[in-house]
Ligand binder design. Structure first.
Ligand code: WTA
Length: 687
C-alpha cells in the first residue's frame, strides 16, 4: 500500500443502480492510518502470505483452515459440495456441536474464566460474571428441561424474544446442544412482528422474559408474548407453551398475568433439573443452527438459515483474525444479540474462542454518556465493537467522556452503516485514545460474518472505507449489464461476491425460490451451470472500489432503509400504514439523520372525503410501531392529497426522498401529476 496521503479525488458516485431508497455517501477519499506497533506485535494474523493462501484459485479448499479451528466428532470429507448451485453444502460428512465448541471444549483450560460478563442497566446492580463452568451447568440444565418437559428435539424451531440478558445466550446454546433451531427476535420488535416470525418458522414454543431495563425503565416484556400468541393464532398457528424467564429469579416482574396452562416460569422449573447433564447432539455440519429474520425487497421478512459447521467455522475464524480475539481478551460488542452481529460477535464467535464476552442490558448513554467507558474501565475491556449510530450518539452527548476513564482498547470495530470520516476520527482519537486499531466491517445478516474489512495488523485503515474482501472473500462490482467495474474507476455499481464461503446463508427458510431470486439470479452466468464460479452472490448494496482495492459501501439498492444500522423494509412500514383503514397509499423514504444515519419519513394519502388531521397521523404512526416496533417509528407522517406518480401509476419515491432531504427533485415534467410536487413540498416544509 502506498503512502499515507492518497489523492483526494472525491469521485462522485454515479450509482449504476441507485434506487429511490439509496442516497449515496459523498465524502472524499481520506488518507491512511497505520495500525499501532503494539497491536501488530501481539496480533493473531500478521503474515501477508494469507492472501495468497486464500486466493480465488485456492477456493474453496482454503476454508479448511476455518474448519480446523473447531472440534469435530467426525472430520468432514468434502470442503464444499457445489453440485446443486446455489445451495452450497460446507464441510460435508462432518459432525459437530456448536454448544460443545462454545462451552464444553473450554472447560479443560478455562473452567473458571469468565465467559459472560453481564452488566445490568441499573448501575447499582452488581455485574454478574458467569464462568465457563457456570455456563456449562446452566446450559445443560436448561437443555434437559427443554428436552424432557417440552419434548424438543433435533430440527424443531423455537422462537426466542429475549432482551440482553445472559439467559439469552444460555437459551441459544441449550438449543444448539440439542440440535434445535433457534430463532431469536429482537426484543424491541413488537408482539406482532414476533408473531410473523413465529408463524413463518413454525415454532410451537416461545421463550421470553417477564421484564427488562431500558433507558431507566423496567419494561413489561411479557405483554408482547400475549400479543404474539394471539396474532399467531389469528394466522392459524398455535403456540403451545410460553416459557417465561424472570429478570429477577424467584420474583415475577411483569404486570401482565401468566396464562394458566400455557405460560410457565423457567426459573421455577429449572430447580427440578439441578445437576443434570445432556450430551451434545452430534449434528451434521449442514444442519441448520438458527434462523435470523431480516428485511428484504418484498414485504415479508425472510428467515435466513445458517448452518452449524460452516457458520461456526466462519465466525470463529473472523473473530480470531479480524477481531483479533485471544482467550485472555475482554471483548465487548455493544450490538443486540437479537441481530446477526450479536449472534456472531457476542455469542458464537467470542465464546468459540474462550474469550470473555460482555453482555450489556441497556442503552449506551444511560444514565449518562460516560457509561460505556466506566464499563470498559471496570471490566478491563480491550476489544470494543459498535455501530456508527452509537458512536455518533456518544460523541454528541459526551465528546470528552472517554478521556476521563482508565481503559485501553487495542482494537475497535464499526459495523452496520457507513461511518463518516469525521466520526471515524473521533472514534480513533478519543475513544481509542490513538492506541487502537479500527476495522470497518461490512457484511449482512445473510453472510454469517464479515465480508470486507482490513486485516487489522496487515492493512492500513482508511476512514469511510470498509477495506478489501477478507481472506477468502472475493468481491466484485458489476454494473447493471454485468460488466465488472475495475477498481479506481470512480463508478459505483452492485457489489457481489464471486465465491461461496462457509458463513453464507443456506437458504431462505421454506422459500428456496426467493433465496435464488434474491441473491443469485441477477448475475448468474448460466442457470444450468454446476460451477460455483458462475454464481456470484448479490449483496444488495451499491459500492465503489478505490484504486487501492478498498471498497466504499454506498447503501442499499433495494427497498431497505438502514435505520441506526438496523434493516427495515420500506414495504413492511408501508403495509403497516395501510392497515389503518383511512389510508389509501403509503410511501416510505429514507431521510439523512445526524445520529441514526437514516430515519423513515412516511407519506400517505387518505381515502376520499377524509381530511388530514394530527390524529390520523398519530394513528398511522402508532400502527407502524405496533406492527414492527419503535425502531420503525416514522420521523413524521406527511398526509398528501396525492402521490407523485409516473404515467403508469408507480409512486415516485425518489421525488419524495428528495423533498424530505431538502434536495432538488430534478426533472418532474414526465410525471403524470407534476403539479403535486410543489404542493407536497409545501406540506412537508410546513411540518
Ligand atoms: C449495511 C449487519 C457500510 C449494508 C451486519 C448492508 C454497512 C446492511 C456496513 C446489512 C459497513 C453493514 N459500512 N454499510 N461497515 N455494515 N452495512 O443485515 O447496507 O443488519 O447491506 O447486517 O447494512 O445489515 P444487516
Amino acid at each position: 500500500m502506498s503512502e499515507d496521503k492518497s489523492p483526494r479525488h472525491a469521485a462522485e458516485p454515479q450509482a449504476a443502480d441507485v434506487s429511490e431508497a439509496q442516497i449515496a455517501v459523498h465524502w472524499p477519499e481520506e488518507g491512511y492510518f497505520s495500525p499501532p506497533v503494539q497491536f501488530i506485535a501481539q496480533a493473531n494474523l500478521t503474515d501477508p502470505g494469507i492472501f495468497e493462501r486464500f486466493s480465488l484459485e485456492h477456493c474453496p479448499e482454503c476454508f479448511k483452515e476455518f474448519a480446523d479451528l473447531l472440534d469435530w466428532y467426525k472430520y468432514w470429507e468434502t470442503t464444499l459440495d457445489a453440485s446443486n448451485p446455489p445451495f452450497w453444502r460446507w464441510f460435508v460428512g462432518g459432525r459437530l456441536n456448536a454448544c460443545h465448541n462454545c462451552v464444553d471444549r473450554h472447560l479443560a483450560s478455562h473452567r473458571n474464566k469468565t465467559a459472560i460478563h453481564f452488566v445490568p442497566e441499573p448501575e447499582d446492580e452488581a455485574v454478574q460474571h458467569l464462568t465457563y463452568q457456570e455456563l456449562f451447568v446452566r446450559v445443560n440444565e436448561l437443555a434437559a428441561l427443554l428436552r424432557e418437559t417440552f419434548g424438543l428435539a433435533v430440527g424443531d424451531r423455537v422462537t426466542l424474544h429475549m432482551p440482553m440478558v445472559p439467559e439469552l445466550p444460555i437459551t441459544m446454546l441449550a438449543c444448539a446442544r440439542l440440535g434445535v433451531i433457534h430463532s431469536q427476535v429482537f426484543s424491541g420488535f413488537s408482539g406482532k412482528a414476533c408473531a410473523d416470525r413465529i408463524v413463518d418458522s413454525g415454532s410451537r414454543l416461545l421463550i421470553t422474559m417477564d421484564a427488562y431495563h431500558r433507558a431507566g425503565d423496567l419494561l413489561d416484556h411479557k405483554e408482547k408474548a400475549d400479543i404474539a400468541v394471539a396474532e399467531a393464532a389469528s394466522a392459524g398457528h398455535q403456540i403451545d407453551k410460553v416459557l417465561v424467564w424472570q429478570r429477577y429469579p424467584g420474583k415475577y416482574s411483569s404486570p401482565t398475568a401468566l396464562v394458566d396452562g400455557r405460560d410457565v416460569l423457567v426459573n421455577d422449573l429449572l430447580a427440578k433439573y439441578r445437576g443434570r447433564r445432556v450430551e451434545p447432539v452430534q449434528m451434521p455440519a449442514e444442519a441448520p443452527l438458527f434462523l435470523m429474520y431480516t428485511s428484504g425487497t418484498t414485504g415479508r421478512p425472510k428467515g435466513c438459515q445458517h448452518s452449524t459447521g460452516g457458520y461456526l467455522a466462519y465466525v470463529t475464524w473472523t473473530s480470531r483474525y479480524i477481531q483479533d480475539i485471544h482467550p485472555e481478551d475482554v471483548y465487548w460488542c455493544m450490538a443486540d444479540i437479537g441481530w446477526i452481529t450479536g449472534h456472531s460477535y457476542i455469542v458464537y464467535g467470542p465464546l468459540s474462542l474462550a474469550a470473555s464476552s460482555v453482555v450489556y442490558e441497556g442503552v449506551p448513554t444511560y444514565p449518562d454518556p460516560g457509561r460505556p467507558w466506566r464499563i470498559a474501565e471496570k471490566l478491563g475491556v480491550n476489544i470494543f465493537h459498535t455501530s456508527p449510530t452509537a458512536i455518533r450518539a456518544l460523541r454528541r452527548s459526551g465528546p470528552d467522556e472517554p478521556t476521563k476513564y482508565q481503559y485501553h482498547f487495542k482494537h475497535m470495530t464499526t459495523v452496520g452503516e457507513p461511518i463518516e470520516p469525521e466520526v471515524w476520527k473521533w472514534y480513533h482519537k478519543v475513544v481509542g485514545k490513538g492506541e487502537a486499531v479500527i476495522v470497518d466491517t461490512w457484511w449482512q445478516t445473510e453472510n454469517g460474518g464479515f465480508l470486507c474489512s482490513t486485516v487489522p495488523a496487515i492493512h492500513k485503515m482508511k476512514p469511510g472505507s470498509t477495506g478489501p474482501g477478507i481472506p477468502g472473500i472475493h468481491p466484485v462490482i458489476f454494473d447493471d449489464d454485468g460488466h465488472e467495474l475495475p477498481s479506481g474507476s470512480g463508478k459505483a455499481g452492485n457489489i457481489c461476491i464471486r465465491n461461496p464461503w462457509p458463513g453464507v446463508l443456506q437458504t431462505v427458510w421454506k422459500d428456496p425460490d426467493r433465496y435464488v431470486k434474491n441473491y443469485y439470479a441477477r448475475y448468474c452466468k448460466d442457470p444450468k451451470s454446476k460451477d460455483w464460479r458462475d454464481w456470484p452472490y448479490l449483496a444488495g448494496d451499491g459500492a465503489m472500489q478505490a484504486a487501492d482495492g478498498y471498497f466504499r459501501i454506498l447503501g442499499r439498492i433495494d427497498d431497505v432503509i438502514n435505520v441506526a444500522g438496523h434493516r427495515l423494509g420500506t414495504k413492511e412500514i408501508e403495509s403497516a400504514a395501510l392497515l389503518v383503514p383511512d389510508v389509501t397509499e403509503a410511501a416510505v423514504v429514507p431521510v439523512a439523520d445526524e445520529i441514526k444515519g437514516k430515519v423513515p419519513d412516511l407519506y400517505v394519502s387518505l381515502k376520499p372525503g377524509l381530511s388530514p388531521s394530527p390524529k390520523i397521523a398519530s394513528k398511522i404512526s402508532a400502527s407502524v410501531v405496533s406492527r414492527i416496533g419503535a425502531i420503525a417509528r416514522p420521523r413524521r407522517v406527511v398526509i398528501v392529497p396525492d402521490m407523485p406518480k409516473t404515467r403508469s401509476g408507480k409512486i415516485m419515491r425518489r421525488v419524495l426522498a428528495a423533498i424530505s432531504n431538502h434536495q432538488d427533485p430534478g426533472d418532474v415534467s414526465t410525471l403524470a401529476n407534476p403539479e403535486i410536487v410543489e404542493k407536497i413540498k409545501g406540506l412537508a416544509e410546513g411540518e
